[in-house]
Ligand binder design. Structure first.
Ligand code: PGA
Ligand code: MG
Length: 225
């Protein structure tokens, strides 16, 4: 592939910048324990992350990706999870190797950067701040910032408008099929990480424009001006 030269780059958070599943698992399992239910294990949580914390809690209650839990049980469980996660956003989570180098490269090359996540804003901001990542981004859009989240293209189109850049001149970097679907629907190019969370499916099946094992590989894919 020839070097990409977008005018703006959006980056996903969970599974792309930060391995947040250890904290999410801790909170899901603590919630299940309070409800008198057995633990689900980290491997399952890894396949359930990506569509926001509300979907994560619904999936944990039914023990699978698709379907709906009992409404009364969900109404009991969700506030428990929110309380737990607000106190355990970053304690067990880590920035993936190569991410800081990749962000510094993109910033140094003059690319305007935004973060677009399905994570709720009350958790996004402290997580980015804690790891010193917030200042790379001129714009942060969370899962509840707009009426619709990824895979809907709305957050990507909104971000392009805010930066004053055409979607066709924009790039999304993410880890899941939601990132690819949102990017395609918005008219963005898309690069995916191989290490993130994609519901247990190989992200190559979604045919992103390129895949990377680490953000350091962005040097070889993006023009450095
Ligand atoms: O489901 C989540 O909260 C994670 O969302 P993200 O991968 O869009 O950051
Ligand atoms: Mg993600």
């Amino acid at each position: 592939m020839s070097l990409l030269h977008p005018q703006m780059i959006l980056v996903d958070l969970d599974g792309t910048l930060v391995d947040s599943v250890p904290d999410l698992t801790y909170c899901v399992e603590a919630m299940l324990a309070r409800l008198g239910r057995p633990a689900c294990g980290e491997a399952a949580v890894r396949t359930w992350v990506g569509n926001g914390v509300e979907r994560l809690v619904r999936r944990a209650l039914i023990g699978q990706l698709n379907g709906e839990p009992d409404a009364v049980e969900f109404a009991r469980a969700y506030p428990i999870f929110l309380e737990l996660y607000s106190e355990n956003i970053f304690q067990r989570s880590q920035v993936y190797p190569g991410v800081r180098e990749g962000l510094a490269f993109m910033q140094g090359a003059g690319y305007p950067l935004g973060c677009v996540t399905n994570k709720a804003a009350q958790f996004t901001d402290p997580l980015l701040e804690q790891f010193g990542l917030r200042d790379y981004f001129g714009l942060v859009i969370s899962g509840d910032s707009l009426p619709r989240q990824k895979p809907d293209p709305l957050p990507l189109i909104h971000a392009a408008e805010q930066f004053g850049v055409q979607p066709e001149a924009s790039l999304m970097i993410g880890d899941s099929m939601s990132d690819v679907k949102a990017a395609r629907a918005a008219g963005f190019k898309v690069i995916c990480t191989t290490y993130g969370y994609n519901h247990g499916v190989d992200i190559r099946d979604s045919q992103p424009d390129a895949v990377i094992d680490s953000f350091v590989e962005l040097r070889g894919l993006l023009a450095s001006h």
